[in-house]
Design a protein around this ligand. Structure first.
Ligand SMILES: O=C(CO)[C@H](O)COP(=O)(O)O
Length: 167
């Protein structure tokens, strides 16, 4: 399995993306994993489970594992699915350096990258259907944060707080 740095060193600028879900999000996570695997913007998809709909692993266990991989730089981005997306977002945001959001519309998905430099997108399988989720995923993949943008200094405020309190 290649690492994010292997991919970048190879001159590619495609994403290494992690996916994870609890039992409520399993079916949607499977669909999004398939879409990501077939997307030319994606170099590799890493699946952190759950592997079946009957697996009742609590969502924070999955979300923390994935968010730690993002924080460590082993994933560029991640998609986490639970019933509402909310628990996964709360969980991922506990990991220093990770910016996660739930997005159930394409505008929020776009702004989560361009305004907030979110690396983690969460969705609720009990809130959005697979077609809308696919559109949101597509939108999210189409944007990259511009570190020269006016939003960058606002993100820096968050990072400074984090460094001061969790560093
Ligand atoms: O949506 C969830 C957490 O935000 C999860 O899929 C279900 O959580 P529960 O309502 O606590 O079972």
């Amino acid at each position: 399995m290649c690492t994010v740095s292997d991919v970048k060193a190879g001159g590619e600028d495609r994403f290494v993306i992690g996916v994870g879900a609890d039992d409520a999000g399993f079916a949607l996570k499977e669909r999004l994993r398939e879409l990501l695997a077939g997307d030319p913007r994606v170099a590799e998809v890493r699946d952190f489970g759950v592997r079946e709909a009957t697996d009742t692993e609590p969502y924070p266990n999955v979300g923390l594992k994935v968010a730690e991989e993002v924080a460590a730089g082993r994933l560029d981005r991640a998609v986490l699915v639970c019933g509402t997306g909310i628990g996964m977002a709360i969980t991922a945001n506990k990991v220093p350096g990770v910016r996660a959001t739930t997005a159930h519309d394409t505008y929020s998905a776009e702004r989560s990258v361009l305004s907030n430099n979110c690396q983690v997108l969460t969705m609720g399988a009990r809130v959005v259907g697979p077609e809308l989720a696919a559109r949101i995923l597509d939108e999210w993949l189409g944007h990259r944060f511009d570190p020269e943008s006016a939003s960058a200094r606002k993100i820096a405020v968050i990072a400074e707080y984090e460094d001061a309190h969790h560093g």
